[in-house]
Design a protein around this ligand. Sequence first.
Ligand SMILES: NC(=O)c1ccc[n+]([C@@H]2O[C@H](COP(=O)([O-])OP(=O)(O)OC[C@H]3O[C@@H](n4cnc5c(N)ncnc54)[C@H](OP(=O)(O)O)[C@@H]3O)[C@@H](O)[C@H]2O)c1
Length: 337
Amino acid sequence: MKLCILGFGAVGRGVAKVISMKKEEMKEKYGLDLKITAVTDTSGAAIYDEGLDPNLLLKIKEDTGKISNYPEYGISKISNMEVLHKVDFDCLIEVTPTDIENGEPAKSHILKAFNDKKDVVTSNKGPLALSFRELAESAKENNVQLKYEASVGGAMPILNFAHDTLPSCNIKSIFGILNGTTNYILSRMAKEGSSYEQILKESQEMGIAETNPAQDVEGTDAACKVVILANSIMNRDVTLKDVEIVGISKITQEAISLARNEGYLIKLIGEISEDTLEVSPRLVREGSPFAVDGTLNVATLKTDLAEDVTVVGKGAGSIETASAILSDIISIYKSKE
Ligand SMILES: NC(=O)c1ccc[n+]([C@@H]2O[C@H](COP(=O)([O-])OP(=O)(O)OC[C@H]3O[C@@H](n4cnc5c(N)ncnc54)[C@H](OP(=O)(O)O)[C@@H]3O)[C@@H](O)[C@H]2O)c1
């Protein structure tokens, strides 16, 4: 199976690492022979139809910052669209940055791949939160697959779990912590008694929160995941503008202490049900499945037959997120056997 990877940041590099780690295991276990035929970043691309060396890709990116410096097969200033046009591949791995204004350039990359009859695996929330139906319909019309497990909760298994493990159940609602950065900030505020501003500053210094943390702390990132879950699992037709969003930037230490005195924690919760599509700070009981610390994500699916089923896992991280991408690649490969 030939892969074209657009974007070579934390997730793209994670994909190269897991392919390097698991290449032989994939062959032995599933008969799956993975080849990376193209990788892009903002400098250009590396393209080789016989397969690029994942370890050399990682070394070149680490040493020079530019994938276009790959010996012999590096090309500078080639656009992603040209790469998609030129390269021989079966599956696009779309891991460029999330844009929540128009979902671009990822949306165009994905639609181009579909039109060329290629499958797509992505961790990019932007196009899914803004244009879910359009993408799903295009995949269907072109008879190809769109998989996006990594876009919600990184390595927390929820989408494929709901579709493949709970197909007998009707999912009535989903309730969960869908953003690791805010959970980290709120957990530390509860444990240490420090202010929101202080913990946010330290989180930024540690690389857990972005320099511009707005998408996380104002709840937009969690809202994108609410939209993806609603459309994918609960068959809704919604976009980001349909979600009511309140972030955590106004949560005070006093509010957290008051909650603790009563046996509660404050968490940023995403809720999807028949009449609710919301992200907001809520009280959860200490000792409940939602009392998870640090950057963990957790979600409870309320079902008609199995009652409550709760999943928990790492919401982000290079290798963790790449594990979900590799699982989607394997699932596509197996579906064609
Ligand atoms: N990091 C996580 O744990 C995580 C978890 C779940 C989902 N996601 C999502 O996965 C995607 C990738 O995340 P990331 O953390 O890997 O991001 P990142 O570290 O910022 O990397 C983005 C990569 O895309 C490249 N890039 C930027 N604009 C591009 C363009 N127009 N065309 C081609 N390449 C472009 C960048 O090039 P340069 O290297 O040249 O700057 C970089 O290699 C995002 O949509 C993110 O929301 C991330």
